[in-house]
Design a protein around this ligand. Structure first.
Ligand code: SF4
Length: 346
């Protein structure tokens, strides 16, 4: 087993806090080890996308305009830090509309909701602010258009994800969910049936191309969205982590365990042959991962704030001197408009 190159410390020492190993070195009368700088390279782009920024801003502005509490159905975005921050300001997160008192301001999360949830909220006269990402709404609308053309709709996505449940529940006829090529092969539909597909936004072009190719092989009359309809943020973060994997020995993906796009970033790092770990913040960093590592790459899922990346860098700094730089990746300038009633609030 190789020892850590960046600080020349044996693994048992890396597992100790700096004060612990310095104290021990002093007590043993040994000279301090030669400490080399560890390189930390940040992916570009990383972290928050425009849909997440908009969703958080909707809750913050609603709290400002209407005062707490503001009720949010489901985690506004999949990140505990973000949720706790908003809770501290007066947001209340619930899984079901029945938990929301009559008349309380209600926010739908960035993942979108089924039509039945919208109808329930309307039946209860709840004042709703819809934080569904405009790119998710675009998928809903695309799916409705395909169904209106008389096509059977297939959704490529992960079962149980709230965005998938919302999309399936927005389409006014049954939708078939497929998660992989095997499920495509098992579809029991005539090969010339009019078919259309849409995809979960947190899957990229790369994620879906095998499934789409299988669908196109199986069905002769099939249509799907233009490539430009894929979420720009998902694609950009995945391309950035592939670039990152070319120059680092280890990848740390900052994000929540239930964040689909963060998990995918970790998987891509692993596929590219770089040991990759998903961590919520610096407290989950395991010094043992740094054995033999000179350059650490960091990226973050679309729902992870930059402050958590800073926290991971701070955790690395506790283990030795670090030199932080960022890759020269794509700069994103996309912003989504707020709902009219909140855009006017200052
Ligand atoms: S990842 Fe894409 S679809 Fe999801 S919230 Fe962000 S911009 Fe919208």
């Amino acid at each position: 087993m190789r020892e850590a190159k960046w600080c020349n410390l044996p693994a048992r020492v890396l597992r100790e806090s700096p004060p612990a190993y310095l104290a021990r070195i002093t007590s043993e009368g040994r000279r301090a080890p030669v400490v080399r700088r560890m390189k930390v390279i940040l992916a570009q782009p990383r972290g928050f996308c425009a849909g997440v920024v908009r969703a958080i801003e909707i809750v913050e502005r609603a709290l400002e305009k209407y005062g707490p509490p503001v009720y949010v159905r489901h985690e506004i975005v999949h990140n505990k830090h973000v949720v706790e921050n908003l809770e501290a300001k007066g947001a209340r997160f619930v899984e079901d509309l029945s938990e929301i008192p009559a008349g309380a301001v209600t926010v739908f999360s960035a993942h979108g909701v089924a039509k039945s949830v919208e109808d329930d909220a309307a039946a209860r006269d709840l004042p709703v602010l819809n934080a569904t990402c405009p790119l998710v709404t675009k998928v809903h609308n695309q799916g409705k258009r395909y169904v209106a053309q008389g096509r059977k709709l297939i959704l490529i996505g992960h079962a149980g994800h709230p965005e998938v449940e919302g999309t399936m529940g927005q389409i006014p006829s049954p939708v078939i969910l497929v998660q992989n090529e095997r499920e495509v092969e098992a579809l029991d539909l005539p090969s010339d049936a009019p078919i259309a597909y849409v995809t979960q936004t947190t899957l990229s072009v790369d994620d879906t191309k095998g499934i789409i190719a299988a669908l196109e092989r199986k069905f002769s009359n099939i249509v799907g969205p233009e490539i430009r309809d894929i979420c720009y943020a998902t694609q950009n973060r995945q391309s950035a982590v592939r670039e990152l994997s070319k120059v680092v020995d280890l990848i740390l993906v900052v994000g929540a365990a239930n964040s689909s796009n963060s998990n995918r970033l970790r998987e891509i790092g692993t596929e590219e042959g770089v040991p990759s770990y998903l961590i919520a913040d610096g407290s989950e960093l395991d010094p043992a991962w740094l054995k033999g590592v000179e350059t650490v790459g960091i990226t973050a899922g679309a729902s992870a704030p930059e402050v958590l990346i800073d926290d991971v860098i701070a955790a690395l700094r506790k283990l030795g001197p670090t030199e932080v730089s960022a890759l020269a990746g794509r700069q994103e300038k996309i912003e989504f408009r707020l709902p009219a009633e909140l855009a006017r609030a200052s």
